[in-house]
Design a protein around this ligand. Structure first.
Ligand SMILES: Nc1ncnc2c1ncn2[C@@H]1O[C@H](COP(=O)(O)OP(=O)(O)OP(=O)(O)O)[C@@H](O)[C@H]1O
Length: 358
């Protein structure tokens, strides 16, 4: 699989008369053919500006943009127009033409194609079938739901058989169930057409559902990027952790437990731990081994398993109880099994605080 998009040292500065705003700063990334690449960040992080650089809707102030082997910034207007046809785009508010039928909306980008009238007709019908809207040819956008409108926008974006689809907050205006159905459709297009997809979103849930790679943006810069399994299992940046937490709730649960110690009263030989594992080591055998082999009792307070790219990532919050030596042996067993254990609190620590002078 080759590289589809390479952005190198992109900077975008807007001059608004009195002051200038740098929306994107020194961003470099590459997207392989067939990737579903997520860019997450809060509002104002620079995501929209960055994604618009990929098809030069926004020209960068400095940096280079290479798409499918072509340096877009050096192309003549005509070459750029044809390069852009290979990059489809969809938006949060769909951007359909409201005075035209669904059929005409999808047909519109084909007007400049070399297809005959009947080939065009066939193409429009095929595209609407692909997105599941064959029965809406003659409807108008106002007669469709948000999810259906986004399907029309997807069909329109695919009219010129693009290699890349850019999605700018494409599901942000949709309810969770409709969001999932649009993500399913995008996943299908990625798998069946080999379409490379770049998705910008403020929702980690979206990234978790569909992306194989992710970049996290803050104040115009990419603060962390990588494959989804590594990012979810070992996030380095605090912002990345925040985003992941919105999708897994592990940190919130830990906070609740530590802020309200009465939820878990730890005895001297108890340890409150966060246990994380990736891939094959599943929680059940690990936990039962602790009891069977090491006489360590386990009380699971919280468990969450995510399946990302067919890889399970598990997080448990658990109280381990046993003698000091049994606990030590159990911990080295977990370490050997590639299971991460983070001690959050222990009975000894908690109880030694009781009676401390204030
Ligand atoms: N045309 C423009 N002129 C001046 N400033 C702009 C322009 N476009 C964007 N900006 C500024 O650049 C910064 C990044 O905006 P951008 O829309 O790329 O962020 P975002 O992460 O996509 O956020 P949102 O999801 O809210 O759109 C913001 O401070 C914004 O005000």
């Amino acid at each position: 699989m080759g590289i589809m998009i390479t952005l190198s040292n992109i900077q975008v500065t807007f001059d608004t008369g009195s002051q200038s705003v740098t929306a994107v700063q020194d961003v470099s990334l590459h997207v392989d053919a067939g990737d579903v690449y997520g860019i997450v960040g809060y509002s104002g992080a620079g995501k929209s500006t960055l994604v618009r650089v990929i098809n030069l809707l926004q020209r960068p102030t400095t940096g280079s943009v290479e798409v499918n082997g072509q340096d877009l910034l050096t192309l003549q207007p005509k070459e750029l127009r044809s390069a852009r046809k290979k990059i489809g785009m969809i938006f949060q508010h769909f951007n359909l033409m409201n005075s035209r039928t669904i059929y005409d909306n999808v047909d519109y980008p084909l007007k400049s194609s070399k297809l005959s009238k009947s080939e065009r007709d066939q193409k429009v019908k095929q595209l609407l079938e692909l997105v599941g809207l064959s029965d809406k040819l003659n409807a108008y956008p106002s007669q469709l739901s948000g999810g259906q409108k986004q399907r029309v926008a997807i069909a329109r974006a695919l009219a010129n058989d693009p290699e890349i689809l850019l999605c700018d907050e494409a599901t942000s205006a949709l309810d969770p169930k409709t969001t999932l159905s649009i993500l399913e459709l995008l996943k299908k297009l990625n798998q069946t057409l080999g379409l490379t997809i770049v998705i910008i979103t403020h929702e980690m849930q979206v990234v978790k559902e569909i992306c194989n790679k992710v970049a996290v943006m803050e104040a115009g810069r990419i603060v962390e990027q990588g494959d989804i399994v590594s990012i979810f299992s070992r996030p380095q940046n605090t912002l990345t952790r925040d985003f992941i937490n919105t999708a897994t709730h592990i940190e919130q649960t830990l906070e609740k437990i530590t802020l309200h110690p009465s939820l878990v009263h730890l005895k001297d030989n108890d340890m409150l731990c966060k246990i994380s594992y990736i891939g094959d080591s599943t929680s059940e055998p690990v936990i039962s081994e602790l009891t069977a082999r090491y006489r360590v009792k386990t009380n699971i307070l919280f468990a969450n398993v995510e399946i990302l790219q067919q890889t399970p990532i598990g997080n448990l919050i658990v109280v381990l109880s046993g003698s000091t030596s049994d606990l030590e042996e159990a911990l080295s067993y977990l370490q050997a099994a590639q299971v991460d254990v983070e001690m959050i609190d222990s009975g000894l620590l908690q109880n030694s605080k009781v009676g401390e002078p204030v």
